[in-house]
Write a protein that binds this ligand. Structure first.
Ligand SMILES: [Zn+2]
Length: 69
């Protein structure tokens, strides 16, 4: 399994050890809330320094799998 390295503190571990936050942005259109249409980036939270960073694309598909399982 690929490992992820925090760009701030250098913490390296398996993807399951990190926290993930999807941006939940909604738009108002004609007074109705509609889901965002673009792909949402996944914000990774480092368990050591608690800083958030965005995932590099090679990990994106892997994490989508983990997140939805
Ligand atoms: Zn870190």
């Amino acid at each position: 399994m690929k490992k992820i390295t925090c760009p701030y503190c250098g913490y390296t571990s398996e993807p399951k050890d990190f926290l993930y936050i999807y941006e939940s942005v909604l738009y108002l259109r004609n007074h109705e809330v509609v889901p965002e249409e673009r792909e949402r980036p996944v914000l990774i939270i480092c368990p050591r320094c608690k800083k958030g960073f965005f995932l590099e694309s090679p990990y994106q598909k892997l994490l989508e799998k983990l997140y939805s399982s």
